[in-house]
Write a protein that binds this ligand. Structure first.
Ligand SMILES: NC(=O)c1ccc[n+]([C@@H]2O[C@H](COP(=O)([O-])OP(=O)(O)OC[C@H]3O[C@@H](n4cnc5c(N)ncnc54)[C@H](OP(=O)(O)O)[C@@H]3O)[C@@H](O)[C@H]2O)c1
Length: 314
């Protein structure tokens, strides 16, 4: 029986393997690469979820089932790749799946397997504010993960997106849901924290440019954020305005959010997680010291068109 690769006419010479290629960001990286006529392997534990729409691309990706926690399955998945992207997430710790295991050890294993396989380019998706010295288990694991990846694959590129928005996101969708549901909007703390939400499609395009040799930058750490910095409360007001809704904002202490998140992590789809609450206690904006979207020729979307995209169901 013909494999996906044979049916697609793929060769392994220009294959980019996207771990987490069915996720919110990963599926868009896969689409962006297909648009650039790159052969793609989309790897995840459930590879048939969230595939790009067949009519929108000449080729479809190879769908590979592999678990980043399983060293032999990652070696097989990266074999013959020119580039590898790690877009695997873990937002809630579960038995056998800690932030340390996924964001540090497994990221380093994937980088090491890629180096051993002769991969030219490795991209680790991390997050703005990653900091190995943070007291937050999540933020610290993201920082140590970056360091472990660079040890295993010294030329690896680190990509730190701000909070990403777009159809299917968890951030704007939650704001819109709460605005519709409640007459009074509960803010994280006093709503002072500063955010710079970035359209997920812009981040995907930037990653696709980095791996498809469309960029000649030799920088190896990038921060990707949107057009504008908002205080969280102003962002909620702006979204309410775009939806033509009136709302009253109510500050809610972070300690209460932590309690709510501890309970919500056990609900299907974990609608709120403790690491989200921790992330909302720190500004999530460009440091200004690292290259970003504009250095890759991308003018970032504002929040308004993304809210419209979500409303129109794109
Ligand atoms: N979303 C944001 O706002 C945001 C902001 C900054 C940074 N980031 C970072 O961006 C990256 C992608 O995030 P996302 O929001 O796109 O995540 P996501 O939607 O949760 O997707 C995660 C992907 O990883 C796969 N995956 C999870 N565990 C795996 C495992 N053990 N082995 C192999 N594949 C696995 C998932 O598929 P299966 O479950 O089928 O395996 C899925 O394809 C993450 O590093 C995240 O921390 C996200």
């Amino acid at each position: 029986m013909a494999s996906d690769a044979e049916r697609n006419g793929s060769s392994t010479e220009n294959v980019v393997t996207v771990f987490g290629g069915t996720g919110f960001l990963g599926q868009r990286i896969v689409s962006g690469l297909l648009d650039k006529k790159v052969d793609v392997r989309a790897v995840s534990r459930h590879p048939n979820r969230n595939q790009p729409h067949p009519s929108s691309h000449v080729k479809m990706p190879q769908r590979i089932e592999a678990d980043i926690l399983n060293r032999s399955s990652i070696a097989a998945a990266v074999a013959g790749s020119r580039a590898v992207v790690n877009a695997v997430s873990l937002y809630v710790e579960r038995a056998g799946q800690s932030f340390e295991r996924v964001h540090v050890e497994a990221a380093a294993d994937l980088a090491a397997a890629s180096r051993e396989a002769g991969v030219e380019k490795f991209i680790q998706i991390s997050g703005i504010g990653s900091d190995a010295r943070s007291s937050s288990a999540y933020i610290s694991a993201r920082g140590r993960g970056e360091e472990a990846v660079k040890t295993a694959f010294p030329q690896a590129a680190i990509v730190r997106p701000a909070v990403m928005i777009g159809p299917g996101d968890s951030f704007l969708a939650a704001v819109i849901r709460l605005l519709r549901l409640l007459p009074v909007y509960p803010l994280f703390g006093s709503g002072d924290v500063r955010l710079q939400p970035v359209y997920v499609g812009d981040v995907a395009e930037a990653v696709a440019r980095l791996v498809s040799r469309q960029s000649d930058t030799d920088a190896n750490t990038f921060e990707f954020a949107g057009q504008r910095v908002y205080a969280y409360r102003d962002l909620v007001r702006e979204i309410a305005g775009l939806l033509r809704m009136r709302t009253t904002l109510m500050p809610v202490p972070y300690s209460i959010w932590m309690l709510l998140a501890t309970a919500a992590e056990w609900l299907p789809g974990a609608p709120l997680t403790r690491n989200q609450v921790e992330l909302m206690q720190n500004d999530n904006i460009l440091s200004g010291n690292l290259p970003g979207l504009k250095d890759l020729g991308i003018e970032p979307y504002g929040v308004d068109p993304v809210v419209r995209m979500i409303e129109e169901g794109h």
